[in-house]
Design a protein around this ligand. Structure first.
Ligand SMILES: *Cc1c(COP(=O)(O)O)cnc(C)c1O
Length: 431
């Protein structure tokens, strides 16, 4: 399978090259040349398939010959060694919990899959790859954990000092081995600018194989298709029109859901639920795409002012606004509404939602007001403990820390403080 750049100014590449490059040389996102519908028989018998089998069938066409069948199956077994429970909350409303992975973030699946693909490729090329990531908190832990102990891959994480939660900082700084945390005196934007500068630094790029692990990488984007297929497998017996509400920031996850639909998964509609960073809801209202600076909210993993994957979604509908509108609705919610939803879920159903999941729930309920005959699934993308302060403050209860968090809190933080780009460069060049 080859991938082309959405900017159309770069050569087509194989899966392997798309994963290693991350973004095309013309700064476009990579997109698969073809999407082949899976056989009907697969969807008829999906409940007989294991998660690994479903995942293999979904992703194999995109990986192509770059990873042989047996190796790909091993990677998937390793990546998917935890549960994806679907919890029924009300009649016709269920939460798909994607936070049972090692760092309690839904990004675990994409990060682990990408890490193992890169690990597989680097054993074949013997050139070490250095993954450089800037994180505002949640993503970094999933990436770091995903790459932990992967031979041939080094990970350098930049995070803003004092601006991530204690749990998040521990998850970033206590891993050791091939993972290094650089604690930046500055903001998340400073971290991100340093990473961008590094990718444009000729001396660095000539000396090392640098890559990024952000959500535009095809190896992080495509495995997110699995979630929707797993949920379909569970809910198929309801024999109702299935709709998915996805709390969205960079729109990678929901775009993967639409890819699953393109593979033939029966589902009738997608709801992109956002916080007040409402570029897409506005686009769906007005037809005008107007990116803007992001606004800080309590669902901060979705504080995105120019969602990087939305271009892939538009491309899937050949830029037809009408076709897109037939399959996608988008709503925006305030922090106040989000907290009210968290409280309602807790009081009425004793369900503890994190702020992102609560935004997904709100979007689903709003859509179902006009589409009552649907079965709705909202994605719960983070364990509530990842947003402990907001959750406890909202539901006025203490929540128990899962074992994996208790363990990490006891470990000793190890980071290197830096404040300027030259320090990052010297570190990377081992000076
Ligand atoms: C990243 C993230 C999202 C948004 O996912 P996108 O694919 O960027 O739309 C939602 N919730 C949580 C908890 C996240 O970490």
């Amino acid at each position: 399978m080859n991938f082309y750049s959405l900017n159309q100014q770069a050569p087509n590449v194989s899966f392997k090259e798309a994963v290693i490059k991350g973004i095309a040389p013309d700064r476009g996102l990579y997109f698969p040349e073809t999407i082949t519908v899976l056989p009907n028989d697969f969807f008829n018998r999906i409940e007989e398939c294991s998660n690994q089998e479903i995942a293999f069938l979904a992703i194999q066409q995109f990986v192509g010959k770059d990873i042989p069948e047996e190796a790909l199956k091993e990677i998937l077994a390793d990546v998917l060694d935890f549960d994806f429970p679907l919890v029924e909350i009300e009649d016709d409303v269920a939460a798909l919990e994607l936070f049972h992975g090692p760092t309690l973030a839904f990004k675990d699946v994409g990060a682990r899959f990408m890490a193992r693909c890169l690990g597989y490729f680097s054993t074949k090329t013997t050139k070490d790859v250095t993954v450089l990531v800037a994180t505002s908190g949640d993503t970094g832990g999933a990436v770091a954990n995903g790459f932990l102990g992967v031979d041939g891959v080094k990970v350098v994480i930049l995070y803003p000092s004092g601006k991530v939660s204690d749990i998040q900082e521990k998850q970033l700084t206590t891993l050791g081995r091939n993972i290094t945390a650089l604690e930046v005196e500055g903001t998340f934007d400073d971290c991100q600018n340093m990473v961008k500068t590094a990718f444009l630094d000729k001396e660095l790029v000539q000396n090392m194989q640098l890559t990024s692990a952000n959500s535009i990488n095809v190896a992080r984007w495509l495995p997110q298709m699995f979630y929707f297929l797993f949920a379909y497998k569970e809910m198929k017996s309801k024999a109702k029109d299935i709709v998915f509400s996805v709390p969205s920031g960079n729109f990678g996850n929901i775009c993967a859901g639409i890819m699953a639909q393109r593979l033939g998964m029966p589902c009738t509609h997608f709801i992109a639920s956002t916080n007040v960073n409402d570029v897409v809801p506005r686009y769906m209202d007005t037809g005008t795409y107007a990116p803007k600076a992001s606004i800080a909210t309590i669902s901060n993993a979705m504080d995105v002012g120019d969602p990087s994957n939305f271009i892939r979604i538009r491309h899937l509908y050949k830029d037809s606004f009408e076709e897109l509108s037939n399959n996608l609705t988008s709503y925006s919610f305030t922090d106040k509404e989000t907290r009210e939803a968290m409280l309602k879920l807790y009081n009425d159903y004793t369900y503890v939602a994190d702020p992102h999941g609560a935004v997904g729930y709100l979007g689903l309920k709003k859509y179902q007001q006009t589409h009552p005959d649907t079965y709705g699934i909202f994605l719960e993308t983070a364990h509530p403990v990842k947003f402990l302060d907001v959750v406890e403050d909202t539901i006025r209860e203490n929540i128990d820390l899962p074992d994996s968090i208790v363990k990490v809190m006891d470990k000793k933080k190890k980071s290197i403080k830096i404040s300027e780009y030259t320090e990052l460069k010297d570190y990377l060049l081992d000076k």
